[in-house]
Design a protein around this ligand. Structure first.
Ligand code: AP5
Ligand code: MG
Ligand code: ZN
Length: 219
């Protein structure tokens, strides 16, 4: 199963990808996480991406396409993967189609997590995640069961993202509208697009996603 989760910043792509990864044994591939790791490690890619990310703009296509191209051929992706935050432009989607076609493979499902843009600023500004395992939390909607302790790994350190501030969020939403939303008709035309209600609570979104995945009839 090769799955794409599509949706604006704060839609819940990362939250849901982690749950699907656990339940279906697929690997979550988040270009945002990979780029943040590159920035933290101070690599050449990180150096090129850091400023662009801090401004809420998109990193150049050739950088993210090459990161993904190297990643999806690794053995842990053989059973399938969940793309979270990639592709984000039509050019990236076309490159992905070419990469998969070389291996006679293709995307099975693209699931849009549909949300009201008005809700996103609150979601993003309340977000934090476990430093050790990356599990996502929210000040209001999704606190750890035990205060200060990660539900998943027991870690006790949490981090907030540098680009989760009001100015950058506005730029990220603009980039979504202008550059990423055109992927909806792109995948609809290929018959692989489904949509779930991202305004529902987190468990309900997971239920809807599972039925969109299970109904695909293709592994
Ligand atoms: P990236 O890391 O992909 O960020 P994003 O797309 O802006 O999305 P987010 O991670 O902010 O949101 P999410 O949908 O994962 O929501 P989450 O589950 O955390 O990209 C960052 C940057 O990297 C980009 O701006 C760009 O510069 C660069 N980049 C990355 N990929 C790129 C690419 N392919 N091309 C070019 N540049 C690229 O949920 C948000 C919060 O809401 C959490 O606190 C969560 O607990 C809560 N929540 C989740 N679901 C619900 C719900 N149903 N109800 C209530 N609360 C909820
Ligand atoms: Mg995310
Ligand atoms: Zn954790």
């Amino acid at each position: 199963m090769k799955l794409i989760l599509l949706g604006p910043p704060g839609a819940g792509k990362g939250t849901q990808a982690k749950r699907i990864e656990r339940d279906y044994g697929l690997v979550q591939l988040s270009t945002g996480d990979m780029l943040r790791a590159a920035v933290a490690a101070g690599t050449e890619v990180g150096r090129q991406a850091g400023e662009v990310m801090a401004a809420g703009r998109l990193v150049p296509d050739e950088i993210v396409v090459s990161i993904i191209g190297e990643r999806i051929v690794l053995p842990d992706c053989a059973k399938g993967f969940i793309l979270d935050g990639f592709p984000r432009t039509v050019a990236q989607a076309e490159s992905l189609d070419r990469l998969l076609a070389e291996k006679e493979r293709r995307i099975d499902r693209v699931i849009e997590i549909a949300v009201d843009v008005a809700a996103l600023v609150e979601r993003i500004s309340g977000r934090f995640s476990c430093t050790r395992c990356g599990a996502a939390y929210h000040d209001r909607f999704n606190r750890p069961q035990v205060e200060g302790v990660c539900d998943v790994c027991g870690g006790a350190e949490f981090t907030r993202r540098q680009d989760d501030n009001a100015d950058t969020v506005a730029a990220r939403l603009k980039a979504y509208r202008e550059e990423t939303a055109p992927l909806l008709p792109y995948y609809a035309a290929r018959g692989v697009l489904r949509s779930v209600d991202g305004m529902a609570d987190i468990d309900e979104v997971t239920r809807q996603l599972r039925s969109a995945i299970d109904g695909s009839g293709d592994n």
